[in-house]
Write a protein that binds this ligand. Structure first.
Ligand SMILES: [Zn+2]
Length: 217
């Protein structure tokens, strides 16, 4: 805790000045982020850092396993669905990124059959929202025997599962049709800092290239 308090003081004294005008503007004009960024609560995945974003640019949702519940899960109140609705309907974001990552403990637990429901009742129920991911991996990746390979497959399939679940929200259909909203599946490799983007044409994650190097569609 001492480290955190020292950090707060350092921010006020050394860093805030660099952002003073920007925060002043954001405080008076409100936030208008262009992107909803959904990623894992993992402490090694920092949305603003890996995208080099400024305050006010990203509306970030972090949850355990970057799981997106389907709209049909509204009976079970969850902050992720609330944030999705707010970002789309109120903030009017133009892009939604779901960013999975390597060494994801949640996906590892999912592939090992879940967690102890008596000890971790909330985590257990939350993780079961991604049970279809485990089924996909067991079906399509049955040839993978190493636990790490199966976890990696789950980490990537979980991103695609999340994108599919986003489509179940009623607020998405019209906006996607007239291209007011774009969905992106990303994958962050912790050990190297690399980002990959899902290519729906090729059906796999490809290195995320700088805009100038992006091949024409
Ligand atoms: Zn994770």
């Amino acid at each position: 805790m001492q480290r955190l308090i020292e950090g707060v003081h350092k921010f006020r004294v050394e860093a805030f000045g660099r952002y003073r005008d920007l925060f002043h503007k954001l405080a008076h004009e409100g936030q208008h982020p262009q992107t909803l960024f959904i990623t894992c609560a993992d402490s090694r995945v920092l949305a603003e850092l890996i995208t080099q974003s400024q305050p006010g640019e990203l509306f970030v949702v972090k949850n355990v396993g970057n799981i997106v519940p389907p709209a049909s899960a509204t009976g079970r109140t969850n902050s992720t669905s609330a944030a999705i609705e707010f970002a789309v309907e109120v903030l009017g974001v133009h892009d939604i990124v779901v960013c999975g990552h390597s060494q994801c403990g949640a996906m590892g637990a999912l592939m090992r059959g879940g967690v102890d429901g008596a000890l971790l009742p909330h985590f257990s129920r939350w993780l079961e929202l991604a049970a279809p991911v485990r089924d996909v991996v067991n079906t399509l990746y049955f040839h993978l025997s190493a636990e790490a390979e199966r976890q990696r497959a789950a980490e990537e399939e979980n991103v695609l599962f999340a994108l599919g679940n986003l489509l179940t929200y009623p607020c998405f259909q019209a906006r996607l049709a007239d291209q007011q909203l774009n969905l992106h599946g990303w994958f962050y490799r912790i050990g190297t800092g690399e980002l990959f983007a899902y290519d729906p044409v090729g059906g796999q994650f490809q290195p995320l290239l700088p805009p100038a190097e992006t091949k024409p569609a």
